[in-house]
Design a protein around this ligand. Structure first.
Ligand SMILES: Cc1cc2nc3c(=O)[nH]c(=O)nc-3n(C[C@H](O)[C@H](O)[C@H](O)COP(=O)(O)O)c2cc1C
Length: 217
């Protein structure tokens, strides 16, 4: 069981990182092989919107975003954490989301996902909804969502939610749990939205259809 844990906070020792490390440690106790990634330590260029990836399957930039996206494709589960920045995910995380080949390519097809959002006043749920849509549109089963309210610079977090979320994620992966409502919702999004859109693009989206074929979609 391979799980990628991604910290989308620019602060590698902040609250988001602390919660994610609790989750990672618990996942390891559950027998998972965990890769903990601080996005702040990676080189990730902003997407320039050339759409080459849809045609060829890979980005014109061979930086850390490409390597991380490939690691996610090979994993069973993913945990993404972010602080709330202006009622949204951090810019650092958004930059990776734009480059990560998530939605059109169905990067998270059949995988299990947990989101973690921290914040100190308003907008945490908006940021959590952004990650919820990302997971759902990318084909993941959402195993859990943590939304944590704490003052800035406070690392006081009891960890109970983190332990429960990690246990549930590990159990979902072991048992290959199906979430029928989530499955149905994703089928509608994929069949009515993403697939017809990609078919209309024809050869220009050959890189996408090749990835679907490889993933058994
Ligand atoms: C630029 C910036 C914008 C922020 N915007 C919000 C916000 O809209 N809502 C909120 O609840 N907290 C906001 N915060 C507070 C952080 O989300 C919060 O303190 C978070 O837990 C910090 O996580 P970290 O310790 O992992 O960096 C903001 C912080 C910064 C630096």
């Amino acid at each position: 069981m391979q799980i990628i844990v991604i910290n989308g906070s620019p602060r590698t020792n902040g609250l988001t990182a602390a919660v994610l490390h609790r989750i990672a440690a618990r996942l390891e106790q559950n027998g998972a092989e965990v890769r903990f990634i601080d996005l702040a330590k990676l080189e990730i260029k902003p997407c320039r919107g050339c759409c080459t990836c849809y045609q060829t399957g890979s980005c014109i930039y061979q930086d850390d975003a490409e390597a991380l996206s490939r690691e996610i494709a090979a994993a069973d589960g993913i945990v993404i954490g972010t602080p709330t920045y202006v009622s949204n995910v951090s810019g650092l995380l958004k930059q990776f989301i734009d480059r990560g080949h998530f939605v059109i390519e169905q990067l998270l097809h059949g995988k299990y996902a947990v989101s973690v959002v921290t914040g100190e006043n308003y907008g945490r749920r908006d940021a959590s909804a952004v990650l919820g849509r990302l997971f759902s549109y990318s084909g993941a089963y959402i195993s859990g969502r943590l939304v944590i309210n704490a003052p800035f610079n406070s690392l006081q977090y009891d960890g109970a939610g983190a332990v429960a979320a990690a246990d549930r994620l590990a159990a979902d992966i072991y048992r290959k749990r199906t979430y029928p409502l989530q499955y149905l919702k994703h089928q509608v999004i994929f069949r009515a939205g993403i697939r017809p859109f990609v078919s209309r693009k024809g050869e220009c989206y050959r890189g996408v259809t090749d990835k679907w074929e490889h993933a058994g979609i």
